[in-house]
Design a protein around this ligand. Structure first.
Ligand SMILES: Cc1cc2nc3c(=O)[nH]c(=O)nc-3n(C[C@H](O)[C@H](O)[C@H](O)COP(=O)(O)OP(=O)(O)OC[C@H]3O[C@@H](n4cnc5c(N)ncnc54)[C@H](O)[C@@H]3O)c2cc1C
Length: 410
């Protein structure tokens, strides 16, 4: 370090899951890594329900043991409820994947645990420091800390994992709107919800409101606190003319299943709201830089895919960076972008089919063949690169075939 100039092999912007797994991978490979993180950890972030594929990715990077030891709520599946209809997916009923469980996590604890591990492996963390400029020609970034001190970070390669900060897309003009309809989420944490007395106690519950105009997430933590959120279009929220809290109370009170579960619940946080969270980028990489996690594309919370895709892309990017720095030939488009898009597009088809009602026809169909159920369960577990799964190979066609077979049922 020369004055306020920091030189490392790799600069990582953001210490969320994408940044931490990439840093952990690269330092274990012997590279010097600087992580620049704007806010002090632990910090609150929404997105608390993980998928089994996360466990696999953490295991591949020697990060799973500490997560297991922490005592997070074991998550073994997902329940979808619509009135009297109920569909339960057990992640261990999949199509042969080793990891059939995951966790429900307070992200302030989970993200800190991952970041601490990356630092423990040898990454250098610059906390409370914000990246303000980036020159892709020289792989040099400018940053400022809380006291106003300025820094220059020089690296051979830079990874933007700044999540909703979307640092490189903003600074390099790569932002692109999402093709998905703009939605909002109203959320809080509560205590004293009536949790299921059966084995689905730790599962995420998704309650469909009305005629699919909104849905409610219910994510139970191991300390008795539960995360709850209502997702709908902004127009649907506005139509009610209510405050965030009034809206949440109203939706819960008029949604069977959720009404009973939250009858005696007590909010422990003010009800927050996030608008228009879906986002996209024109390009996920350039010469000596790339992006991972939410800094690229974020779809929708309904299948809890965000952290899985953040870990997958952070890990994948780190592997590509390793090979790039070894001067191996690397096909960033094919091996990184196309690979990531394949999995993202599986979730995208599921998200679209959820909101236009097709997927609910499938979920709530009275009978399904066991292998179909296992194939869907595998997608919901985050295994969206498994070509042996028909819902991965051609998700739209597989869903359409199912719907034709089901006919005009509910
Ligand atoms: C309503 C809603 C519900 C969701 N529910 C789920 C869910 O149940 N399960 C799930 O898996 N996902 C969920 N998600 C998505 C999930 O929150 C994200 O996909 C995930 O946090 C992405 O991780 P990341 O590492 O890319 O970014 P982040 O976790 O956002 O981390 C990025 C980090 O970069 C830092 N940063 C930003 N700008 C700068 C800067 N200029 N300089 C330095 N550092 C910077 C930030 O402080 C932050 O710590 C949900 C999202 C929404 C909107």
């Amino acid at each position: 370090m020369l004055g306020n100039e920091i030189v490392s092999d790799v600069l990582i912007v953001g210490g969320g899951p994408a940044g931490s797994i990439a840093a952990a991978h690269l330092v274990q490979k012997g590279y010097s890594v600087s992580i620049v993180e704007k806010v002090p950890f632990p910090r609150f972030v929404i997105g608390e329900s993980l998928l089994p594929r996360c466990n696999e990715l953490l295991e591949l990077n020697n990060m799973l043991d500490k997560v297991k030891e922490h005592g997070f709520m074991l998550k073994e599946g997902a329940c979808f409820e619509r009135g009297d209809d109920k569909e339960v997916y057990h992640f261990y009923e999949n199509i042969g994947q080793a990891h059939g469980t995951s966790f429900q996590v307070k992200r302030e604890d989970f993200d800190k645990l991952l970041l601490d591990q990356a630092v423990g492996f040898g990454a250098k963390l610059f906390e409370k420091t914000e990246i303000t400029a980036f020159d892709p020609e020289t792989t040099t970034a400018k940053a400022k800390d809380e006291e106003g001190n300025e820094y220059t970070f020089k690296a051979k390669f830079a990874l933007d994992a700044s999540g909703y900060g979307r640092v490189f897309p903003r600074l390099l003009g790569l932002d692109e709107p999402s093709e998905l309809e703009i939605r909002s989420a109203v959320f809080t944490r509560i205590k004293n919800d009536k949790r299921p007395a059966d084995a689905t106690n730790g599962y995420i519950y998704i309650y469909v409101h009305g005629d699919n105009e909104a849905w409610i997430w219910t994510i139970p933590f191991s300390d008795g606190i539960t995360s709850i959120g209502v997702v709908c279009t902004e127009a649907f929220f506005q139509k009610h003319g209510m405050s965030n809290e009034e809206f949440m109370d109203h939706i819960i009170a008029t949604t069977p299943g959720a009404k009973e579960r939250f009858e005696n619940a007590e909010k422990i946080l003010p009800v927050g709201k996030i608008d228009g969270y879906s986002a996209n980028v024109k390009s996920m990489y350039g010469k000596n830089y790339c992006m991972a996690g939410n800094a690229t594309e974020f779809l929708d919370p309904v299948f809890s895919s965000g952290v899985t895709l953040a870990l997958e892309s952070g890990y994948r990017a780190a592997q590509m960076i390793d090979r790039t720095l070894k001067n191996e030939s690397v096909d960033w488009q094919g091996e990184y972008v196309d690979y990531m898009m394949k999995g993202i597009n599986v979730f995208r088809e599921f998200v679209k089919a959820w909101y236009d009602g097709r997927l609910q026809k499938v979920f709530f169909a009275p009978q399904k063949l066991e292998h179909i159920k296992r194939s869907i369960s595998s997608v919901l577990g985050g295994y969206v690169w498994e070509d042996k799964n028909i819902f991965v190979r051609s998700p739209r066609a597989a869903l359409d075939t199912m719907i034709t077979q089901i006919g005009d049922g509910k």
